[in-house]
Write a new protein. Structure first.
Length: 209
């Protein structure tokens, strides 16, 4: 895959936080097989909600507490049902995977559960294994298909989650591709006592689970 020219600039992505993309990406820059994303705007009923406004539960046509129906205003549910266009790479009874419309790099894929689950913590235990088995398959396909030396796999829970439907980003990575770490500064604990205190709080939370 030829390198994408230009400086790194922040831009909000569908299905993710403000991400780092390169400007003026043209199909010719991306090599064989690159397909330009859909340009038609989504219908009003599928406009993404702000995730700091928690949805009301139990309304007709909206996902209920168990999330077995599609949310009428969820972009990703529209893609799952086929009402909205997307370049799908996987579609089965558990998950749907499709190209992010504003990719970090060509081959950036979003994997979503077929049933509406807003966050990872709302995904039922019995669905976790099957869902992440699909994430694993897509990560392998992204690395082989682009090709890429590795991949970045991540998901946001509420904060920086622009679409309130669980989605896992699978991004092809190569050495010197311009992306650094987790894309934000990392720090250190002031000392081992502080680290032990934080670890203890997390162990207590798991014990109460």
């Amino acid at each position: 895959m030829p390198p994408l020219a230009g400086p790194l600039l922040p831009r909000a992505a569908v299905g993710g936080p403000a991400t780092i993309v390169r400007p003026a990406v043209r199909p010719a820059d991306c090599g064989p097989g690159w397909i330009a994303p859909e340009t038609a705007p989504a219908p009003d009923r599928y406009r993404a909600r702000r995730t700091d406004r928690r949805p009301r539960r139990g309304l007709p046509g909206r996902a209920g507490a168990v999330g077995l129906t599609e949310a009428v205003d969820c972009v990703f549910c529209g893609i799952v049902t086929g009402e909205l266009p997307a370049h799908r790479v996987l579609d089965d009874e558990v998950a749907v995977a499709f190209l992010d419309r504003r990719p970090l790099f060509p081959g950036h894929v979003l994997v979503v559960p077929r049933h509406h689950r807003e966050t990872l913590t709302e995904l039922p235990v019995q669905e976790v294994g099957p869902f992440f088995a699909r994430v694993q398959r897509v990560a392998g396909a992204v690395e082989r298909g682009m090709p890429a030396a590795g991949s970045f796999v991540a998901a946001n829970n509420r904060i920086s989650q622009s679409v309130p439907h669980l989605h896992v980003h699978v991004v092809p990575r190569n050495p010197k591709d311009g992306l650094r770490g987790f894309f934000w500064p990392r720090g250190r604990y002031p000392d081992e006592t502080a680290a032990a205190e934080v670890a203890g709080r997390l162990r207590d939370a798991l014990a109460r689970d």
